[in-house]
Design a protein around this ligand. Sequence first.
Ligand code: ACO
Length: 323
Amino acid sequence: MIRAVPLGCGGYLPEKVMTNADFAARLDTSDEWIRSRTGIGARHMAAEGELTSDLATAAARRALDHAGLTGADIDLVVIATATPDRTFPSTATKVQHAIGMTGGFAFDVQAVCAGFIYALSLADALIFKGQARRALIIGAETFSRILDWEDRTTCVLFGDGAGAVILGAHEGEGAPSDRGLLATCLHSDGAHQDILYVDGGPSSTQTSGKLRMQGREVFKHAVAKLAEVADEAMEKAGVASADIDWVVPHQANLRIIEATAKKAGVPMEKVILTLQDHGNTSAASIPLALSTAVHDGRIGRGDLLLMEAIGGGLVWGAALLRW
Ligand code: ACO
């Protein structure tokens, strides 16, 4: 049987950092408000002319280095992004070219903040079916381009960045049968379109639009749905909360992360947090957090990771990955 096992990961954050004090200097807000409500202290912002594909390519190169591979070894690129360079072609095809891949296939996935979980699940399925052997799965966003910079209720929450993970097919005798994705659970419910959306798009307004959100509503759904989907994934994989080595959650809000960890029965010492430095980087937040913790030595080979995320749609999901 073929299994997809993790081969490497990497992250990239643009150089420019915006602190809460930078927001307080131009809007009616404060470091105290932002930190106490969200846990966010700073976020990175792409430079003028720095595109989602640039961030994705930088993260991809770091993941390739970590895995000891080159672009020529990859035959699938999946990019989760809600902020593509262009309406088409996909950002994934741009990255495919940038890393020197001349074969295989590449496409984007749009599931906003849950995009990385969706992309991981798809890549795993394609490897399992024998359609790809080495997949580069990237979450990359430049949310700074779709924020309303006058709206203090949303613009303080997000940052730009990219994270990448490589999965490779492993088969036959001696396969590390317990490594790889043990379970993924994906959900969406389009009835909640109006609580988190971007008010533009090529078909409706011919503009890219700005992010709009009813924060409290999103908060309520996030806590309930993430707890449910985490339980569902653990049940599907036949593991208990005590088996989880690390929770690598979508980094939207510390209070959502704490409530979800509590409901899942996992102590906060086992939760990877990057939102204090990265803000919410949407589809990039999980692979960036994963990459941070792998490269600083907290996450080691064989560790069992619970990843969960929710975003506009609503879309949500969870994955159990043995690193
Ligand atoms: N600085 C100062 N005051 C603010 C700010 C700010 N940045 N933003 C809002 N306020 C004010 C509001 O205007 C309001 O003032 P009012 O009472 O005079 O009207 C007051 O603070 C309370 O506003 P609420 O929206 O009720 O504040 P709440 O405690 O719900 O916190 C927050 C808002 C942080 C957005 C919270 O609802 C939240 O985190 N929701 C989850 C949303 C989220 O994480 N979205 C990310 C995208 S989806 C995802 O990734 C999961």
